[in-house]
Design a protein around this ligand. Structure first.
Ligand code: 3NM
Ligand code: MG
Length: 522
């Protein structure tokens, strides 16, 4: 197995002590854990004689090979060499990394334990293949751990490495179990730094059913460690999905739901016309006192933070309460989220105050929301630059990480717009490549996408929100493409009326069951 292919998601470290094995054979326990989906195994035995270590390691290697999972040996390079397994793991008091590397060669996987940023940097510079950061929590498995880091401490190490542009796969270890695994991952990660997985000993080795526990941990990790690749919308949205998309649009057409916009001064007129074009009934009201009555009308609310003032904050919060109380959807658009401290604090207040069904923003805005609402974020220096910057700074992997992480944190749907848009409910993340550059040349297009999405979720509260949102996004972006291609459209000015025309036309086609235009979806 090549180093690049190692999956660190669920890393099992063994323990041969009798209170853990309770008469069971270590190989049986490890094999059960592999059946449950463990992705990497470290044989750790601090007491057995060398001959015994080699015998067990060889048997373990026979098993891990069948599961295509690497076997690493704790500290004992001689054992790794004798067995010919994939590598070793060294602690700070073990054989030195450079000695291990010289003995095992460049292809061996060598991991290093680190409990400080300095140790992590030294390991990175010394050519370690991954880091084991710990101890996260105090643990009876290893009582001589020097530092108890907590997720905040793990985060400091990961963030420090990212700041230096040092990229290395990392897992954390120490006291991790099924109750804390998710929060350790989400609280220690940021927009551009994160754990690749967790390393555990007792929760699996000591379990009565190691297979079931390993499997359960993997299920917990799935949503917080999203896959590196988003699914192209249309790969999963097949013919059956075309029908779901048309039906979602048809539902707006048939029911004319209220789209209540609490939005900024710049886009009022545009947003109202877009709401009409997609088949909704707009009301532009920024008065929170009206919200309780409006929320009863079966629509959805757009909370657009474009002109935030102390007054508007009071109105936003009153409206959020009203819509939550009426169990109606709320779309939050954190306009310019990172630009000022007022906006950063406003978005936190809003997200703390109630449930938001969909968060929609550009890369800078969504990244800011991600960083600001992370429980253990202590500084937000790097956020400021990002918030006002709508050009792309994150890699695709990072964007997926952010939208999926945020959707998991708030149990909702998150949309990050850009040349490629990302939509996630935490479990699945979709990439959508539609749209036209004119959308970036006219003010308020992002805001009116929020209005479009509000119409969609208002009319489809029973549907799967992620698909409902994708339906709105595809209608919006394909209408933009079709409009831009019209001969009467010469530039951004003539684009706007054509875009409103096409939104209305495609919506009516979808309502008649004609979803031919969806063939353009990418
Ligand atoms: N290394 P459990 S903590 C082997 O901090 C090991 O480097 C640690 O065991 C470190 O999952 C640890 O049972 C034991 O808490 C982790
Ligand atoms: Mg260790």
């Amino acid at each position: 197995m090549k180093k690049q292919d190692v999956d660190y998601t669920l890393y099992l470290v063994t323990d041969s002590r009798p209170e853990i094995l309770r008469g069971r054979n270590i190989c049986d326990v490890v094999e059960a854990a592999l059946k449950g989906g463990v992705t990497c195994v470290q044989f750790r035995d601090k007491t057995s004689d060398t001959g015994e270590l080699i015998r067990i390691a060889r048997e373990l290697h026979g098993i891990t090979r069948r599961y295509n999972v690497p076997l690493l040996i704790n500290d004992r390079v001689d054992v790794a060499l004798a067995v010919g397994c994939e590598g070793c793991h060294v602690g700070q008091d073990d054989i030195k990394l450079e000695d291990a590397r010289r003995l095992l060669g460049p292809d061996a996987i060598i991991g290093v334990s680190a409990s400080t940023l300095e140790q992590a940097v030294e390991a990175y510079k010394g050519g370690a293949d991954y880091l084991g950061i710990g101890a996260v929590y105090a643990t009876p498995t290893k009582t001589n751990t020097k530092n108890i880091l907590g997720p905040e401490g793990v985060r400091r190490v990961l963030k420090g490495l990212a700041g230096l542009r040092y990229s290395i796969p990392s897992v954390c270890i120490g006291g991790i179990n099924t109750t804390n695994a998710q929060s350790v991952i989400t609280e220690s990660g940021g927009a551009n730094f994160w754990l690749n997985g967790i390393a555990v000993v007792s929760v699996i080795m000591g379990a009565d059913d190691p297979e079931q526990v390993a499997n359960g941990l993997l299920e917990l990790l799935g949503p917080v460690l999203p896959s590196k690749h988003a699914t192209g919308a249309m790969k999963t949205l097949s013919t059956e999905s075309d029908l779901r998309i048309s039906n979602a649009i048809k539902a707006v057409h048939d029911t004319t739901p209220l789209s209540h916009n609490m939005t900024n001064l710049v886009v009022q007129n545009f947003a109202a016309n877009v709401a009409l074009a997609v088949g909704a009934s707009p009301i532009m009201s920024n008065n929170g006192e009206e919200a309780a009555d409006l929320a009863k009308l079966g629509g959805a609310l757009v909370l657009n933070m474009g002109t935030v003032t102390p007054d508007s904050m009071r109105n936003y919060l009153a409206a959020l309460e009203a819509y939550n109380g009426a169990e109606r959807p709320v779309v939050f658009d954190p306009v310019g989220a990172g630009a000022t401290s007022v906006r950063r604090s406003a978005l936190k207040t809003i997200l703390d105050h109630g449930y938001i069904t969909v968060i929609k923003g550009n890369e800078g805005e969504i990244t800011t929301v991600y960083n600001e609402t992370s429980k253990s974020e202590t500084t937000s220096q790097s956020v400021q630059q990002r918030g006002v910057d709508s050009t792309s700074v994150l890699s695709e992997e990072e964007k997926i990480r952010v939208v999926a992480g945020l959707a998991t944190r708030f149990q909702n749907v998150v949309v990050m717009t850009g040349k490629t848009d990302y939509v996630s409910d935490g479990k699945s993340t979709y990439a959508i490549g539609n749209g036209h550059e004119y959308l970036g040349m006219v003010t308020g297009t992002g805001c009116v996408l929020g209005t479009t999405i509000s119409a969609m979720v208002a009319a489809n509260t029973k549907g799967d929100t992620v698909h409902t949102v994708i339906a709105g996004l595809l209608l919006f972006e394909i209408a933009a493409e079709v409009a831009a291609e019209r001969p009467d459209v010469q530039g951004p000015g003539t684009f706007v009326p054509a875009f409103i025309d096409e939104l209305a036309r495609l919506r009516k086609l979808a309502a008649k069951g004609d979803s031919g235009w969806l063939e353009r979806a990418e």
